[in-house]
Design a protein around this ligand. Structure first.
Ligand code: 13P
Length: 143
């Protein structure tokens, strides 16, 4: 488990039905987001970059491996926050990738928000601009 740096590495991901919502959210939180390092799956990243005028490193499209790339970043300790607007009403061909991504994020104590209300709380937290070290005893998985 790594200490999260003050300048967070934040991923922005949204399923198709949620893309207008994540662009609106990114526009509304542009000032805070601009202080951090942003990543996105291909289509989401492009829409956020254009719509909110933010610099976003774009990975592959989610269904084509982008979700797995984010999972690899998390496994290697290279991502701190995952803002993932999931679509709860549509089944996805890459559902296993979605599940793998949220699973590894949970395991690795990545800060994760899957809807706009939770993302608002994350972005409004004082911890977004501070170093953060998860409490080892609370983060540990009992076997
Ligand atoms: O499908 C996604 C996440 O599971 C998002 O991918 P895109 O941003 O490329 O549409």
């Amino acid at each position: 488990m790594t200490i999260m740096p003050a300048r967070k590495r934040i991923a922005l991901v949204a399923h198709d039905a949620m893309k207008p919502a994540i662009v609106a959210w990114a526009k509304r939180n542009r000032e805070v987001l601009s202080r951090h390092e942003l990543f996105g799956t291909g289509t989401t990243g492009g829409k956020v970059a254009e719509g909110a005028q933010l610099e976003v490193t774009r990975l592959k499209s989610g269904p084509l491996g982008g979700d797995q790339q984010l999972g690899a970043m998390i496994a290697e300790g290279r991502l701190d926050v995952l803002i993932f607007f999931t679509d709860p009403l549509t089944s996805m061909p890459h559902d296993v990738d979605v599940k793998a991504l949220t699973r590894i994020a949970t395991l690795e104590q990545v800060v994760m928000a899957c809807n706009a209300a939770s993302a608002d709380f994350v972005i409004a937290s004082d911890m977004i601009d501070a170093e953060y070290e998860p409490h080892a005893d609370e983060a540990a998985h009992a076997r």
